[in-house]
Write a protein that binds this ligand. Structure first.
Ligand SMILES: [Zn+2]
Length: 243
């Protein structure tokens, strides 16, 4: 079984066909919500498809679009749906958007819900890797998946030391920094993703969860393991963390 721990299925056309293709190829997907609307769509996908699971959250940029009442309603909605989700995501910090203080305030609340409900967090940390790690450490968050992590080597080491997970996107096929991350990270702390419809390994749009296999292949090549071995270790990682 292959797992794509981070995809945005709501952005894909022809989803029925893609998901049945995934099923044939033994691929399961965790679809990410980023705001009230997509959170509800993702929950409906998880109900509809047996190989799709839901992660719901509030994405940094979406935090800035919602008023305080909408944010507190959504936080309640997320906690209430703890039985219907595999993780809380996509959440985090992004310094390419404004108002980091507001982002941090809501991010901390989301992480606290994850700790309280014993769910992993799926983390976006673009150009805010250090601040994101600082908050997760401060709150003693243990179940952490760093999606598309682009922090420097020192920060990668901190992620590893914290026993968190790096989720390797399918564009690792050509992205040298992600290849370095695979080299530095123990097999037991790796997961795979596509970030579909983004980050295609063929530099085409859209990417789909079917391409998650490219992450597995590159990891096998870098770690000098068979594809079957990589598949089984990553499946174990997923089961230990998420189930
Ligand atoms: Zn994403």
């Amino acid at each position: 079984m292959f797992i794509d721990v981070h995809a945005h299925l709501d952005l894909l056309k022809g989803l029925d066909k893609i998901i049945s293709e995934c099923k044939k190829k033994k691929i399961a997907v965790i679809s990410q919500g980023i705001n009230p609307e997509t959170n509800r769509r993702v929950l409906s996908f998880a109900k509809k498809y047996e190989n799709v699971k839901a992660a719901i959250g509030i994405y940094p940029d979406e935090v800035l679009k919602l008023n305080d009442k909408a944010i507190s309603d959504e936080l309640k909605f997320i906690e209430k749906n703890k039985g219907n989700i595999s993780a809380i995501g996509e959440i985090g910090l992004d310094s390419t958007y404004k108002n980091m203080e507001k982002q941090k305030e809501v991010f901390e609340k989301l992480v606290k819900i994850a700790i309280k409900t014993d769910k992993p967090v799926i983390i976006h940390s673009r150009k805010a890797e250090l601040e994101t790690i600082d908050i997760l450490e401060k709150l003693k968050c243990e179940k952490v998946i760093m999606h598309c992590f682009s922090g420097n080597k020192k920060l990668v080491e901190r992620v590893i030391k914290n026993k968190w997970y790096l989720s390797i996107s399918s564009n690792v096929k050509y992205n040298l920094q992600f290849q370095e991350n695979v080299k530095s990270c123990p097999m037991e702390q790796l997961l795979c993703e596509t970030d579909s419809p983004f980050l295609s390994p063929d530099k085409k749009f859209p990417n789909t969860p079917l391409k998650v296999i490219e992450s597995y292949k590159k990891i096998a090549e870098i770690k000098k393991l068979s594809l079957t071995k990589v598949e089984s270790i990553i499946y174990n990682n997923y089961v230990e963390l998420i189930r």
